[in-house]
Write a protein that binds this ligand. Structure first.
Ligand SMILES: [Zn+2]
Length: 375
């Protein structure tokens, strides 16, 4: 089992378990400071016990987004940056978006930030980078690692089941991220950071082992999932970028996210889109040796052989009530077709999609095959 508190300390993070809003180590760390809590309409009520107790140690303010699902775009960043004036600690109350906003604004303002996690839905709690939306584009900006990650297992276990499934999807994706990285090192000579990869495989292994416990919905399962999500963040810190945690499946997710933004529609959870992208990557890897051979292909086939099947992945997504086909997300078939042929351009990072698309393997027939299988 991962000793998350000790491991977190080595990365300067106070990963603290507490209940009923009681987090003594955190309270000592912010004693006498001015703390701004940043929440949205969904998460604000969950912070009431914590903010009640925190008030005995620090001067507290709150910023609540007027919406239920804010996005981490220029407007949100500007609003929080403005609200954060005069504060010397930013505490996000939420998961992906709020954590991203607090981490980034804290970095811009030069003050520490932390997170009271309300759902184990993605792995950005402890990473030092932040995905943001600028001009409708998804980009990754440097930010800071959260100083404190406050974990109340009863809050996490009460999160919507699909949010827990999203967290599982974000971790299971790492099999493909690490394989994308490995094949890039084989085919392009990109350097592969063994310690970062080993740490990520540890997170992945811990999550896979705990799948039955996570699926049962109890606190023990969400504890293991949260550990894996935190370790994933540390693997990114070790690598110095998101390479061990983000490959083709993330590029597919980002591609779709921009489509939802353009249409002004509600964006499906990150880990849900990533889970679907992972199934596609697993399929591409599993069927790779049936395609035309290329220089260095034997070594790549060897690496790909270690991956699970796309059906295994989809079965798990199904267990958590997550979509297993892109049509369930509310995205057009034409967009998904574009995604298969263009998502690799989102970032200059070699992945299984780059391999297929730049080595002439992403033929119209294969796009039809993928649509039949995944749309
Ligand atoms: Zn992710």
């Amino acid at each position: 089992m991962i000793d998350i508190e000790t491991l977190s300390r080595t990365y300067g993070v106070n990963a603290e378990r507490g209940a009923d809003g009681n987090f003594p180590r955190f309270f000592e760390r912010v004693r006498g400071k001015r703390v701004l809590a940043i929440a949205d309409r969904n998460t604000a009520p969950l912070a009431t016990p914590l903010l009640g107790r925190l008030g005995e140690y620090a001067q507290c303010g709150t910023f609540v987004f007027p919406s239920y699902e804010p996005v981490a775009d220029e407007r949100a960043i500007a609003a929080v940056k403005e609200a954060a004036q005069g504060y010397d600690y930013l505490l996000a109350v939420g998961a992906g978006t709020l954590n991203d906003i607090a981490k980034y604004v804290g970095f811009l303002r030069g003050v520490p930030s932390g997170i009271f996690a309300t759902a184990p839905s993605m792995d950005g709690f402890s990473s030092g980078v932040t995905p943001l939306i600028e001009g409708g584009f998804k980009i990754t900006r440097p930010a800071q690692v959260a100083s404190d990650v406050l974990i109340d297992l009863s809050v996490l276990a009460a999160a919507p089941r699909m949010m827990i499934g999203a967290g599982v999807g974000d971790i299971l994706a790492k099999d493909c991220c690490l394989t994308d990285w490995k094949i890039s090192s084989l085919l392009t000579g990109e350097s592969y950071n063994e310690p970062a990869a080993a740490l990520m495989y540890e997170a992945l292994g811990a999550c896979k082992q705990s799948l039955p416990a996570i699926a049962s919905g109890g606190e023990e399962g969400v504890a293991r999932l949260m550990d894996a999500l935190l370790v994933s963040g540390y693997a990114m810190v070790v690598a110095g970028n998101s390479r061990p945690a983000s490959g083709a499946e993330h590029h597919m997710s980002h591609f779709l996210e921009m489509d939802f933004l353009r249409r002004g529609e509600r964006i499906p959870l990150h880990g849900v889109k990533v889970g679907l992208g992972t199934a596609v990557s697993l399929y591409l890897y599993r069927t790779l040796s049936a395609r035309a051979p290329f220089e260095g292909c034997e070594a790549v086939y060897e690496v790909a052989k270690r991956l699970p099947s796309e059906e295994w992945e989809r079965e798990i997504l199904r267990t958590f009530g997550c979509p297993t086909r892109f049509s369930e997300l509310g995205v057009a078939e034409a967009t998904v077709r574009d995604m298969f042929t263009s998502a690799y351009r989102i970032r200059d990072r070699f992945t299984v999609l780059t391999l297929y698309c730049t080595y002439g393997m992403m033929t119209p027939a294969l796009v039809d095959e993928l649509v039949a299988c995944f749309y």
